[in-house]
Design a protein around this ligand. Structure first.
Ligand SMILES: Cc1ncc(COP(=O)(O)O)c(C=O)c1O
Length: 424
């Protein structure tokens, strides 16, 4: 199973209402996360790549502590992209050798912390390599250092998440700086890997593979010209997920096999692989259920006002047309609503701006106040982008493992909001 089907979601909601885990008068939005789906995706991920691959999971895709703890218990590592994410990784107990620090804006202090803690670092630029060189002279560290390159293989279908076109704010572009990249490997004997990330959603498997192949060609040249072996290649994340339940997403097993074929083609079998997937593991494992507060019927349009908008679905609201979810309507008891007549609805959030619309013209059975809208496949890059605009409170999160439900994050309370805006 690669999606959580609507009938299972309906049963889950009914169970949680009946057991009192969901308080219907308080929980206007609930986020669910299915551990079993995470587990089966993890197993597929591990079997798709060679045994010595370091799989790190992008914290930004889903930073919930209880889920990161599960990720640790499955033997995976993490990719951290900020001081806050490094802190989460350390607090949860990820071993430094299983933590990769990526960010285009690492401060000197952050680098000092990572290198003295033996955390692996991918430098985003030559300037950052210089900062690392200064630290490496003073500190005895086992951090492995890679250089992020931009293989410049083109843009995917979503501009905002495509990072390997001719221009990107990330990495060193290989067309202009091939010689300098090779020189860096000659200069810094501690520089031992190459990092790439092509994009997140919107980039086909073929694009990801073509970025990987360009990187292998570069590694060949580095090795020939420097006389040193490059030890690892970090392939980033980016395997797209399908948000359409009638379509199959690219297969991780096929992706892993093609990566290994390319490694053999270039006779680079000694390279260790590092991965940084986020969306692949999380997107389909989560879903959001939000109560219909009002149903507006105006002449030309019908709008459902629910309790999740751009605070939870930033990309969907700000880049309409580029991000897609399926929707299911449940009645106030949690049963799937049906009816021969379907109506087109705009699904609107609770925030005070016109663009706070999660989706437009979604066909659903006739909706009533108190129904629930299920927004499918929201386990990645939704609550990780939570916005405090209009001081809305973060919803309750429930994890399902087997047949057991557990609250893994409580609904925020007004006092939490006060604390956020007042603490210093
Ligand atoms: C450097 C890096 N690695 C990994 C990821 C995870 O990508 P995805 O969730 O698409 O697998 C991202 C996402 O933007 C990223 O920027």
């Amino acid at each position: 199973m690669s999606f959580i089907p609507p009938d299972e979601i309906s049963r889950n909601l009914i169970d949680c209402i009946q057991s009192g885990l969901i308080e219907t008068d308080q929980d206007s939005t609930i986020i669910f996360y299915d551990f079993d789906l995470l587990l089966s995706k993890t197993k597929a991920l591990i079997s798709a790549f060679p045994e010595n691959t370091l799989h790190t999971i992008a914290i930004k895709a889903n930073p919930l502590v209880k889920i990161l703890e599960k990720i640790k218990s499955l033997g995976l590592g993490v990719e951290a992209a900020s001081e806050g994410e490094l802190f989460l990784a350390e607090k949860i107990g990820f071993h430094p050798s299983q933590t990769v620090f990526d960010s285009p804006a690492k401060t000197r202090n952050e680098l000092l912390y990572a290198i003295s803690s033996n955390i692996n670092v991918n430098a985003d630029s030559f300037m950052e390599l210089e900062r690392i060189a200064e630290l490496k002279e003073k500190i005895n560290s086992s951090s492995r250092i890679g250089l992020r390159i931009n293989p410049q293989i083109g843009y995917g279908t979503i501009a905002a998440t495509s990072v390997a076109g001719d221009y990107s704010k990330f990495g060193v572009p290989i067309k202009e700086f091939r010689t300098e990249i090779i020189e860096s490997f000659k200069t810094y004997n501690w520089l031992s890997g190459i990092h790439i990330h092509i994009g997140s959603q919107g980039c086909s498997m073929q694009m990801l593979l073509s970025g990987f192949e360009e990187s292998l060609k570069l590694i060949k040249e580095i090795q020939e010209q420097s006389g040193r072996n490059v030890e690892f290649i970090d392939i980033g994340g980016g395997l797209p997920t399908s948000y359409h339940h009638n379509q199959s997403p690219p297969d991780i097993i096929e992706y892993g096999a093609k990566i290994q074929e390319l490694i053999q083609k270039y006779k680079l079998e000694h390279l260790q692989l590092i991965t940084e997937f986020g969306r692949y593991l999380h997107a389909n494992s989560g879903y959001t259920i939000s109560k219909v507060e009002y149903v507006k019927h105006y002449k030309e349009s019908n709008t459902l006002i629910i309790h999740a908008g751009a605070d939870l679905f930033l990309r969907e609201c700000l880049n309409p047309g580029q991000w897609y979810h399926e929707f299911t309507l449940l009645d106030l008891n949690g049963e799937i609503k049906s009816g021969s007549k379907s109506i087109k609805y705009h699904i609107a959030g609770p925030l005070c701006f016109a663009g706070d619309i999660v989706a437009r013209d979604i066909e659903l059975p006739k909706a009533d106040e108190g129904d629930y809208v299920v927004i499918h496949d929201t386990g990645a890059y939704t609550f990780g982008m939570w916005s405090k605009y209009v001081s809305r409170m973060f919803p309750k999160v429930i994890m399902k493992t087997g047949k057991t439900f557990e609250i893994i994050r409580n609904r925020e309370k007004p006092k939490d909001m006060y604390f956020f805006w007042s603490s210093y």
